[in-house]
Ligand binder design. Structure first.
Ligand code: NI
Length: 171
């Protein structure tokens, strides 16, 4: 198990589309352990494989139990696909690839996601609130979509200095 460096905004792989995992083998199990260790070390609630430089369509989430919608944490999603989005919520969102930046982002209130679990079995998670927000945020990562894409022009101006330094690898 290894705590890996989390890539910041500006790293090219964060803009790529993740590749589906065909089989859950030892390599994938090690990757997931490393992702969990890296997420906990950075005190995040979610981490996508691209954030540690890997292209597999995998992310991990661990939100507090009162926000977990009855779902056991941590949650490991392989090849996730959104089946349903419903309603609307607006709340504060951050990202380990954008350290120190928190913005208000509009998301669906409820989400249903189909995925493959760590045993290679098909599974479904249904969530509202913070867990729903985290699922939508991490699925964005697998599509190369980042926090900055959800920023308004005003938010971009407010964080312009930090974003510029990040992109230049100086933060
Ligand atoms: Ni993120």
């Amino acid at each position: 198990m290894a705590v890996l460096e989390i890539l910041k905004y500006g790293a090219g792989i964060l803009r790529e589309k993740a590749e589906p995992v065909s089989e859950v083998n030892d390599e994938i199990r090690v990757l997931v352990k490393d992702m969990l260790a890296s997420m906990y070390a950075a005190e995040g609630v979610g981490l996508a494989a691209e954030q540690i430089g890997r292209k597999e369509a995998i992310f991990v989430i661990d939100v507090p139990v009162e926000e977990a919608c009855g779902v056991a944490m941590p949650l490991v999603l392989i090849n996730p696909v959104i089946r349903e989005l419903e309603g609307e919520q607006c709340g504060q969102e951050g990202c380990l690839s954008f350290p120190g930046i928190y913005i208000q982002v509009k998301r669906a209130e409820k989400v249903v996601v189909d995925y493959m679990d760590l045993d290679g079995q098909p599974a479904t998670v249904e969530a509202t609130g913070l867990l729903s927000r985290a699922l939508q945020h991490e699925i964005d990562h697998l599509n190369g979509v980042l926090l900055i894409d959800n920023m308004s022009a005003v938010q971009k101006v407010a964080h312009a200095g930090k974003l510029k330094r990040m992109k230049a690898g100086r933060l």
